[in-house]
Each structure stands twice: as C-alpha cells, then as structure tokens.
Design a protein. Structure first.
Length: 518
C-alpha cells in the first residue's frame, strides 16, 4: 500500500490541448528531449512528416496511425514519472479527443501568442472546465511578433473566462524575445543562442530582475503590486491558470514549464465513483477505459483498450472484472503504448496508462476492477454532436451486416447512432463531433462488416441532450425533432443554431444540454 501511494505521488498524468499549429508537437518533442526520452529534435516532427508523405497509404489508416503512434508518451523528469496522453485527432477532431481528457489529472494549454485562444482550444478547454481539470497555460511562439503580454492575458479571460496568473513574464524589449523573469523568485532567465535544430536543451543565463530593461521591471513590479500570483487552490479548482511564456521551437521557457507540471499538476488522487464515494489511490486496482481502438496498426490487427489506472497496483495476469458487463478479463497481454511499438508491462500504478489487447468486450467509459473490490466510475461525458448524416446500406442484400456493424460502432462510440421512434431501425442518423468519425465508421462498415454505407446529408445542424419532459414538449415544435440514442436517452435535433437558441430562450424550463452522459 505504501508503495502504491509513493508511486502515485510521483506520477503526473496530463495532456496538451491546443489548436492545430500552436506548437503541441514541438512542445511534446522538447519535453521528451529534456527527459532524455529522445535523443534529437525532429523525432516527433519527422514522424509527422512521414505521415504526411506516405500518400500511398490509405488516408484513413494513416489517420488511425496518428492516434496510435503517440497514444501515450511516458518519461521521467526530476524523479517523477510523467504520462503525457495524446489528444488524438488534433487536426481531425473526434470524440476520442474529448475522451482522452477523462484520463488525465491536468492539462497544458498551448496558445500561439499572436493568434490567441483559437476555436479548438476553446472546445478542449470546455471539457477541462466541465471536468474541473486544472490547466497550465503556455504562451508559445513568443519569438515572433506578438501582442503585449497583458493583452494575451485579457484574451484568455475574455474568451475562456479563465484568469491567467503569470508565473513567468517575457523580456521582450523592442520586440526581441530575450528571456523571461520568474516572478516567484525574481530571477531573470536569458536564453542564449540555441544549437542549430534545437537538438540540445537551451542554454540559460541566470540573472536578477534588477538587470532587465526598465519597462519589463516595471511591469513585473506592477504585477507584484496587484498580487497576480498563482493561487494553487483556484488553479486546482480550475478557475485560474498559471501562465508561462516561451518558445517551444527555440526551447525558451520549456524547462520552467516542465518543472511546473511536476510542481503544480496534481498527482493521481481518489476518484469519485457513480454513487459519489471516492476510491482512494491505494485501494485495490481499478481503471477507466478511456478509449478503444480497433484494427489499428496493420502489424497488430486487434482491439486495444486504453486503461488509465485509477487505484492500486496493476499486475500482468491479474483477473479483472468489467463493471458494466460483470465479465472477467485476464489481463495477460497488457502493454505500455508508446510509439508504434508496444512494450509488455508487468506492473503499473495510478496515473499510468496500459493497453489491453483483444479486449473485445470493453468500450470507452468502462470501469475495470479487481474481482473482490468492485467500483463503477461515472460515464465519460461527451459533447453534443455537430455533424449528422443518415446512413443507408449501399447494398440492400447486406442489411443484416449493416445492422450489426452500426450497432457495434455505436457501442464502441465511433459514431453516435440516433433513431427516430417512427422510423425504428430504418435509416439511423449518425452523429459525430468531427467529420473524421464518419470516415472511420464508413471505412469499417465496408472493410470490417462487409456492409458499405451510403451517407446522406440531414436537415439538422445542432443537437442538444434533453429529458423525457423536454422530448414531449419538443415533439410538438417546428424545426426540431426528437431522436433517441441506443440507451433510449432523447436527443433533440434542430434545423439550425438559430432555432436551437430561440427555443432555449423561449423555453428556459426545457433541459437542453451540450454535455451528453453516455
Ligand atoms: P501542432 O502540433 O500544435 O500542430 O504544432 P507544431 O508543433 O507542428 O507546430 C506548428 C508550426 O509552428 C511548425 O512550423 C513549428 O515549427 C512552429 N512552431 C512551434 N513552436 C514555435 C515557436 O515557439 N516559435 C515559432 N516561430 N514557431 C514555432 P511549420 O512550418 O508548420 O513546420 P516545420 O516546417 O517547422 O516543421
């Protein structure tokens, strides 16, 4: 038990959230460089390049490759074990992107200094806020022209309602980014020229705030005067965010950020279960399946369930129970998933992620526990879909395979399947948060279930989760129809955003949620 507590205490499990091109890949790479997990810059980038150039690969396999190759990066820093979970579909948003966030204890939000908070960052942040996940902010690309740092903080607050508490402050006289002041101890870090390609960790020259340009010193003094310091309680509650300035590409300010992940991000802690009790980390093993992926790498054509360890020590070969089905699973083949290759793991601790191979019965949101210490964690919330298509079997003689395939994809959460009471199983609507989900689902229908589909556009643009009272009321209204998920949960589909907003405004008594509890 003491060993589990000690191991949990030195784990930091987090994700990087950002809009495409803000610098997530570059930052990940620099983290790995610091940790010595990779030897040279370009390893992550070149994988990205490789993906971009293998055009003879079926586009889809390639997309799936992305989420597999970098499912989890695990590295050590300062005696701590850091598990960096990739938010897959960085470019192609999907429900998996949201689900991954249920497996982390904190997030690093990367913002492009010049572009400010962008739409995808907003969406991902919304998930963190809904889950109460603490967020550390990295304002990247400070080597480029950027607004004044105070404007960047204002944008953060205006767009996300999140108060930024600057831990470092940029030294950028006349637009030239020279370094940062660490406001906690007044030290000034000036970054020296980096070796070409950023292969090495940036050189830092330490001084004091006394030596920095007057304008920067005055700004720092002003911040001190107004008390813009990190409030750890607020940060942990998700209402404020410690902010770091830097440049991932030139490796400026990255170490301070990495140190902060260790110092500020919480270690795994007791997780609330379905009935509101808390499962302590030292309790017997329990884990949350946050993602299931089928037929991924052509070299391993199987189903892999990604499990975040929530409590206890995981040992290979232990018999586990799936809380939803009551079925036993012997985790004979557990893997650490990093890169394309999988390493067999013998043990894992809270905060770690393991991949269970051929876990056919598992789906995202499932809880696993030891046979004698049951627990069920709440379902993973997802957001209401924004893309809709009616699915028809392209080949009428394959209707049975079509039904089976649709049911399976719904169960796995590849797409959400919605049905209308009057139409039954005819022409189900596929709903998704990202277009890519349709591509994956269609591809699997054709290749795995032998039932190619024809997708047809719908009249709907917006969905909101509702309840039975809401369903009854909405059924009488125009420009909205009530569909149901497999679970029976009603989902209102609106002709337009305008209609959805108008009905919500005119009928405040109706439940119209953007969060869906599956
Ligand atoms: P992403 O994973 O969030 O999509 O972003 P990624 O790291 O791939 O970075 C997107 C682009 O921004 C890359 O340029 C990258 O080199 C650049 N970049 C990242 N961090 C910084 C920074 O601190 N300063 C500056 N100036 N640029 C940065 P690219 O031209 O798209 O790719 P590449 O040709 O550099 O590989």
């Amino acid at each position: 038990m003491a060993a589990v507590l000690a191991e949990a205490a030195r784990r930091r499990t987090f994700a990087i959230i950002s809009h495409p091109d803000a610098g997530k890949t570059t930052l990940t790479e620099k983290f790995l460089l610091y940790a010595g997990a990779i030897q040279q810059a370009g390893a992550v980038q070149s994988r990205k390049a490789e993906r971009a150039t293998t055009s003879d690969w079926l586009e889809l396999e390639q997309q799936r490759g992305i989420s597999v190759t970098s499912a989890v990066a695990r590295f050590e820093h300062d005696g701590y074990v850091l598990n960096l979970l990739d938010t897959p579909g960085h470019r192609d948003f999907s429900e998996d992107t949201y689900r991954v966030l249920s497996g982390v204890d904190a997030a690093v939000m990367v913002i492009d200094a010049a572009r400010g908070v962008e739409p995808q960052t907003e969406k991902l942040y919304a998930v963190c806020r809904a889950r109460g996940t603490p967020v550390i902010t990295f304002v990247n690309k400070m080597d480029r022209p950027s607004p004044e740092p105070l404007e960047i903080l204002d944008d953060l607050e205006a767009t996300l309602g999140l108060v930024g508490q600057p831990v470092t402050w940029p030294i950028k006289p006349q637009g030239k980014f020279e370094g940062v002041v660490d406001r906690r101890d007044g030290r000034a870090y000036r970054f020296l020229a980096n070796t070409p390609g950023g292969a090495r960790v940036a050189q830092e020259d330490e001084g004091t705030v006394a030596g920095v340009p007057t304008e920067v010193r005055e700004e720092v003094e002003l911040l001190d005067a107004i008390g813009a310091d990190v409030d750890v309680e607020e940060f942990l509650a998700g209402t404020s965010t410690p902010v770091f300035f830097g440049s991932a590409l030139s490796n400026f300010g990255v170490r301070l950020l990495l140190d902060a992940v260790v110092a500020l991000a919480p270690s795994p802690s007791a997780r609330e279960d379905l009935v509101g009790a808390h499962r302590p980390v030292e309790a017997p093993f329990s884990g949350l399946v946050f993602k299931v992926q089928a037929n991924l790498d052509p070299r391993h054509r199987d189903r892999l369930a990604f499990v975040r360890v929530c409590s206890g020590r995981f040992e290979r070969g232990t018999s586990l129970t799936c809380a939803r089905t009551g079925k036993r699973i012997t985790a004979k083949y557990a893997h650490a998933v990093f890169g394309r290759d999988r390493e067999t793991v013998d043990e894992a601790f809270p905060g770690d992620v393991i991949g269970l191979v051929n876990a056919t019965d598992l789906r995202a949101g499932d809880t696993l526990h030891t046979d004698d210490a049951p627990v069920t964690f709440p379902p993973i919330p997802t957001f209401t879909p924004e893309h809709f298509a009616t699915a028809h079997p392209a080949d009428r003689s394959r209707v049975k395979q079509f039904r089976r395939g649709v049911a399976q994809l719904d169960e796995e959460g590849v797409v959400q399947v919605l049905r209308h009471d009057d139409l039954g199983d005819q022409a189900p609507i596929w709903a998704a948060v990202g277009q890519l989900q349709f591509d994956v689902a269609s591809w699997r229908m054709a290749n795995e279930f032998g039932a190619p589909v024809r997708l047809e556009g719908t009249r709907f643009e917006v969905a909101r989760a509702t309840d039975e009272d809401g369903a009854t009321a909405l059924e009488t209204m125009r420009d909205v129809e009530v569909y149901r998920r497999e679970s029976g949960a009603p989902m209102a589909l609106f002709r337009s955003r305008y209609v959805a907003e108008r009905i919500a405004r005119d009928h405040p008594e109706l439940t119209l949620d953007t969060l869906v509890l599956s």
